[in-house]
Ligand binder design. Structure first.
Ligand SMILES: *Cc1c(COP(=O)(O)O)cnc(C)c1O
Length: 356
């Protein structure tokens, strides 16, 4: 058998260059992010009416394990093109992992501020391994964000949080891929909402594809906050946000107004789900072979909540973004599962324990 040379995906900047701000080719910093699979839900279908098609946009399969890579390739490439030697961000974990990796790839320094004790272990290990300077703040994400904004104004270091306009440009490519994989825009798009950048980016992507005549419809944007961190739903910032879904533990989202606009323009909603509903959806996904982190499961938890309200019709196509990989947060995974049984290495005992 002969090896067949297949096409190697070139990363979102090169694949979608006609839809993105120009980047000089020698400044492109990429780990060939994007092109993540759209996975159809199978057995879970029993939970829902027949005729309903649910797809998972599995962003955990990006190079650093979350959708943040789509925005980070743009932000770090632009920083490099503009001659910057360093990037800085505040993070609930995944932004720091992506910033650290893309900075390393592009030969820039990375500085990250994280809330002490509140970020999942996998994410912390990534920032450390890629050589970022990590500072743990004895406070929350919102406080860390205020500090990095100040630092980026005082020193020659580029801010790569989602207020950096290139981040959302990169992130909108996920909507392009959904349309390309389906061949049309879905009826509904469900997302977890934290800092609200991603829902803003997807809406922009869907609108651009429609404006250019690539698609002929738009989805309703369905954003879900965690109950203990639901500033948009409650209509005011939350001082001490709490949720098991650490990636969306944010009390004062940067893209608040744009998220509300995405909801209003698309005829969607921004609602919330409890930690119990999030963990239920998290385990349901894992039982179908798809391992995402808790925050990601807020999207499916939202689908379940909306299904109970009876909003879906036969033939509707629903896409849920699973924002990050389950391995990011092994602690929550282990806490949510049955403990392994310990046994002596003896056939009889093992067979008995296995329940044969
Ligand atoms: C960043 C992140 C979110 C929240 O996205 P926003 O753009 O901040 O709303 C959700 N899930 C995961 C895994 C994330 O890393």
């Amino acid at each position: 058998m002969q090896a067949t040379k297949t096409r190697n995906w070139n990363g979102v900047i090169r694949e979608f260059q006609e839809f993105l701000p120009k980047v000089k080719d020698d400044s492109v910093v990429t780990l060939r992010e994007g092109n993540t699979p759209l996975i159809e839900v199978l057995t879970m279908g029993e939970l829902f009416e027949r005729g309903l098609k649910i797809f998972l946009k599995y962003e955990g399969l990006n190079p650093t394990g979350s959708f943040k890579d789509r925005g980070m390739t743009m932000a770090v490439s632009k920083a490099k093109e503009e001659g910057s030697h360093a990037v800085i961000c505040a993070s609930t974990g995944n932004t720091s992992a992506a910033a650290a990796a893309y900075a390393a790839r592009g030969g820039l320094r990375a500085y990250v501020l994280i809330p002490e004790g509140k970020i999942a272990l996998g994410k912390l290990s990534q920032a450390m391994m890629h050589g970022a300077k990590v500072v743990q703040i004895q406070g929350n994400f919102d406080e860390a964000l205020i500090i990095v904004k100040e630092v980026s104004m005082m020193y020659p270091v580029t801010l790569v949080n989602s207020i950096n306009p290139y981040r959302l440009e990169g992130q909108k490519t996920a909507a392009f891929e959904v349309c390309n994989h389906l061949g049309f825009a879905p009826t509904y798009h469900f997302l977890p909402v934290g800092n609200a950048g991603n829902i803003t980016a997807y809406w922009r992507g869907y609108k651009e594809f429609k404006e250019r005549g690539v698609t002929d419809s738009l989805p309703k944007m369905m954003g879900f906050e965690a109950e203990g961190s639901a500033p948009i739903v409650r209509g005011h910032p939350i001082k001490n946000p709490e949720t098991i879904a650490s990636a969306i533990r944010i009390g004062n989202p940067s893209s608040w107004e744009n998220a509300v606009k995405a909801k209003d323009e698309s005829g969607g909603i921004i609602d919330m789900v409890s930690d119990d509903e999030i963990i239920y959806a998290y385990k349901l996904l894992a039982r179908e072979g798809v391992f995402c982190e808790p925050a990601s499961a807020a999207s499916l938890a939202g689908v379940i909540k909306m299904h109970k309200k009876g909003i879906f019709k036969n033939g509707d196509t629903i896409v849920c973004t699973l924002t990050g990989h389950g391995l990011k947060d092994p602690d929550t995974a282990i806490k949510s599962s049955d403990k392994p049984i310990t046994a002596e290495p003896e056939l009889g005992k093992v067979v008995e324990l296995l329940g044969f």
